[in-house]
Design a protein around this ligand. Structure first.
Ligand SMILES: [Mg+2]
Length: 385
């Protein structure tokens, strides 16, 4: 079998409501669909999420396609390794493009062999994957209501964005804990907004709420600072923005800087890389969890297969999926009980809805996830004690 053509389509869906986090306000989710055609008629489906889709699209179309055409799509490890060699000194952005290709190669291979992607990654460790109920910066009352709705719907783990105002964060966590009781896990994410002393002070002030973990309290580059925070608090600490690929995961583990690695298969360069980070963390006695870029259905299902095939992703996966207005799949993913059934059909086990793809490809509102709608100096207040 040989690769004959690669098609990319940028798609975007509105969120059901604006989502406020320390870096801005998010109004939509975007993804780049990747379809790999072959001379035997089998098509592999992938998705590269991320806020820089035109760049990722250009990398696939202008840099990677010329290498991939004519190649045997079954040689996934070798193809990924060669693409990594091409992009050695611009790997951070290239990894998104490589991941979109790698997911499509695995879907294609699974379809050709008649096995699910999870089977290609090591086999099923579980048939259902838990997902988190995702809460953003809002009033304590509103977040308590949303948390209660998630728990009523069957979710057992919640995640809350924090970092703009400590008093509001404290009151929101208190209200959520009061509403959902002590059995529900609550994790918080400060998205790098705190300094080391601020992080230590704020996290100590939240220890009464028995948080599952605190995600990336300090900037991504400050591994020593993250390790210092971890040593000074009893709440487990997760590295997110600092954990971008296998190498950065290794550096975090060597520094004993965190308890949990937040892994984005799209950022790490593919589903197999995410699986490898799981093994690396396991060797260090740490755990992994899937992070969310607000993927659409294709990449979300790729993440589901990683967790299904891994023994070291014990936490509910992050996902914005229930908060997104629409999707590209013929049958949108079901998450109503806080669990996703892992398909046993060949490949990813999903099909596109061509009409939905066409509609979402024409949704042209552009935004930066990271800088829109910031009001005054609010995002920096967490830095000040
Ligand atoms: Mg995070």
């Amino acid at each position: 079998m040989r690769i004959t053509k690669i098609d990319t389509t940028a798609v975007r869906t509105p969120m059901r409501e604006p989502l406020v986090w320390p870096g801005g306000t998010r109004h939509s989710a975007s993804g780049l669909l990747v379809q790999i055609q072959t001379d035997e008629g089998i098509v592999g489906l992938g998705e590269a999420p991320g806020p820089t889709l035109p760049t990722i699209q250009t990398i696939i179309e202008q840099e990677l396609t010329q290498f991939l055409i004519g190649q045997d799509p079954f040689r996934v490890e070798w193809l990924v390794h060669r693409m990594e060699e091409f992009s050695r000194n611009w790997s951070r952005i290239a990894n998104y493009a490589i991941a979109g290709i790698e997911i499509a190669l695995l879907d294609l291979k699974g379809k050709a062999l008649g096995v699910p992607v999870a089977e290609l990654l090591g086999g099923f460790s579980r048939d259902r994957v838990p997902v988190v109920g995702y809460l953003f910066i809002d009033t304590p009352e509103a977040n308590a209501d949303k948390a209660g709705a998630f728990v009523d719907a069957g979710y057992t783990e919640l995640k809350l964005k924090v970092g703009r105002d400590f008093e509001q964060d404290h009151d929101a966590i208190a209200a959520i804990r009061d509403r959902v009781g002590n059995d529900v896990k609550i994790r918080i994410d400060a998205n790098m907004i705190w300094s080391v002393p601020a992080a230590i002070k704020w996290i100590k002030g939240l220890e009464q709420f028995d948080l599952q973990y605190v995600e990336q309290p300090v900037p991504d580059f400050d591994i020593a600072g993250l390790a210092q925070v971890r040593r000074c608090v009893s709440t487990p600490i997760a590295a997110d923005e600092g954990c971008t690929d296998v190498r950065s995961a290794l550096e975090l583990l060597k520094a004993d800087a965190c308890d949990v690695l937040v892994v984005y298969p799209s950022e790490a360069g593919g589903l197999r890389k995410a699986h490898q980070i799981g093994a690396l963390a396991d060797a260090a006695g740490k755990w992994c969890v899937i992070g969310s870029w607000a993927e659409l259905g294709v990449a979300t299902m790729g993440n589901v297969h990683v967790v299904a095939a891994s023994s070291n992703y014990p936490f509910a996966s992050d996902t914005h999926y229930p908060l997104q207005e629409s999707d590209v799949l013929a049958e949108p993913l079901e998450m109503s009980d806080g669990l996703v059934e892992v398909p046993h059909a060949p490949g990813l086990g999903i099909e596109l809805d061509p009409e939905a793809v066409d509609r979402l490809a024409r949704y042209e509102v552009r935004e930066s996830v990271f800088y829109d709608d910031i009001q005054g100096e609010a995002p920096r207040v967490g830095q000040i004690l």
